[in-house]
Design a protein around this ligand. Structure first.
Ligand SMILES: [Fe+2]
Ligand SMILES: [Fe+2]
Length: 195
């Protein structure tokens, strides 16, 4: 399947802003993959399709999951922030025939990350947070500066999780247990410590 077809498929599923975000993520994922010796094609593809389910209304997401018999855990189905990532992986497999588990997992874990991510998963996780089209440019530059200086992608992952947790605390919102798990995992990885 060619990238033009996939871009078109994405474009029709997303708002203009989110489509731009997807193109930005595709580009940044390719750059990060080059920097960290991950597969550039897989990283770009996963980042391009990562939010394909994000604009589907929540009730419709549940319907689609039921109608297709997609196997998602109850806690994922109940989580309005995370469900689009898991459903997005299911839809990328079903509708685009993407069978590569590494790509599908990078889509699935793009929102929260997970402990012990593969390099491809880290690249897509980061690209989603720092792409140039719709994300905060100061934060993007801070992350790129750290990556340029240290070549330590775990430090950049940690910085993203740090920012997520702080923003949730500032807004008095609940912190997902997976986010805490990811924080604990990467803060214990000595070389990931903040720089
Ligand atoms: Fe997302
Ligand atoms: Fe995204």
């Amino acid at each position: 399947m060619n990238t033009g077809y996939i871009r078109d498929w994405i474009k029709h599923r997303l708002s203009e802003e989110r489509y731009l975000h997807s193109l930005g993520a595709e580009e940044t994922a390719g750059e990060l993959a080059g920097m960290f010796s991950a597969d550039i094609e897989k990283a770009s593809l996963a980042a391009l399709v990562h939010d394909n389910a994000k604009d589907i209304p929540y009730e419709d997401m549940l319907e689609i999951i039921k109608a297709n018999d997609f196997r998602l855990d109850e806690d994922i189905k109940n989580n309005k922030k995370i469900i689009h990532a898991y459903l997005g992986a299911c839809l990328a497999e079903k509708e685009l025939n993407i069978r590569d588990k590494a790509v599908l997992d990078a889509v699935k874990f793009h929102t929260t990350g997970r402990p012990d991510m593969t390099m491809l998963e880290k690249v897509v996780f980061l690209a989603d947070k720092i792409e140039a089209n719709t994300r905060d440019i100061d934060f993007r530059e801070e992350v790129l500066r750290i990556l340029g200086k240290t070549r330590n992608i775990n430090a950049a992952v940690l910085l993203c999780v740090d920012r997520t947790i702080r923003s949730l605390l500032d807004r008095n919102l609940a912190i997902n247990p997976i986010t805490i798990e990811v924080w604990n995992y990467y803060i214990r990885t000595a070389e990931a410590k903040m720089v």
